[in-house]
Design a protein around this ligand. Structure first.
Ligand code: SAM
Length: 234
């Protein structure tokens, strides 16, 4: 495992090497990489298993934000074959692949921006999201976390598996780079682009707690996807 210093050195080098790469629109980014996507994400195989085990067996109806091709859903369905899932994603190609893989499942897909989608009220036994929300600034996530909170049944949880910055320096460096690149490329505020801007664990927790969640569990995995279980009520 890398030390924080080596990790930050490598990150700075990578940002320098890619400084001329243009930002890509979010949905196009995933469409273009669809063929190799699942292989690329296989580094998180263990995290997907751990993530699935955190979903209570009594859940009947869940919402997945940024479900992509459903890698987190596969181990979930192994444990809960009858689970009813609504998956939201911006990218039609990712959703098409998901539907093709699971014609037999109780699955509804919605091709939409989850910041715009009406999540409902007191409706879900769990809301989940894996490796999607680190693409957005906290100001945008704050309102979404409040809506996720409202959409859950009492006592139910938002289970978030995501890329978490190792320190304030990483969070600030990536956010500054993202903002500079957006300005340079004159990208309007409403356009989503693919660039990682993870928060530190402290800042991610503050956002969740600000929405009213109680943090029940935090798992820091060796392969680097951090999982937080944020519950509505005790
Ligand atoms: C790295 S992939 C993760 C997909 C899946 N959760 C997994 O672990 O394989 C991120 C996904 O989030 C989706 N996404 C990003 N921003 C979104 C938004 N605002 N609304 C809906 N989906 C979004 C992308 O299209 C992409 O499929």
């Amino acid at each position: 495992m890398k030390t924080k210093e080596t990790y930050m050195q490598d990150l700075k080098q990578w940002l320098q090497d890619t400084s001329d790469s243009p930002l890509e629109e979010m949905s196009d980014f995933f469409s273009k990489r669809l063929a190799g996507y699942e292989e690329h994400m296989s580094v998180w195989k263990q995290s997907y298993q751990t993530f699935a085990k955190l979903l209570p067996l009594e859940c009947e109806k869940i919402l997945d934000l940024g479900c992509g091709t459903g890698l987190e859903l596969e181990p979930i369905w192994q444990r809960h074959p009858g689970l009813e899932v609504t998956g939201i994603d911006l990218c039609p190609d990712m959703l098409q692949k998901l539907l093709k893989k699971h014609p037999d499942k109780r699955l509804t897909t919605i091709c939409q921006d989850y910041f715009q989608y009406d999540l409902g009220s007191g409706k879900w036994d769990a809301v989940i999201s894996f490796e999607s929300l680190h693409h957005f600034l906290p100001e945008r996530k704050r309102g979404l976390y409040q809506r996720i909170y409202n959409s859950l049944k009492d006592g139910c949880a938002f289970i978030l598996g995501d890329y978490i910055a190792c320190c304030d320096e990483e969070e600030t460096l990536l956010r500054d780079t993202y903002q500079t690149k957006r300005i340079q490329s004159q990208i309007p505020d409403h356009r989503f682009v693919h660039f990682d801007i993870p928060l530190t664990l402290e800042h991610e927790k503050e956002l969740l707690q600000g929405a009213g969640f109680i943090i029940k569990e935090i798992l820091n995995n060796p392969d680097n996807a951090t999982i937080l279980v944020a519950q509505k009520g005790d």
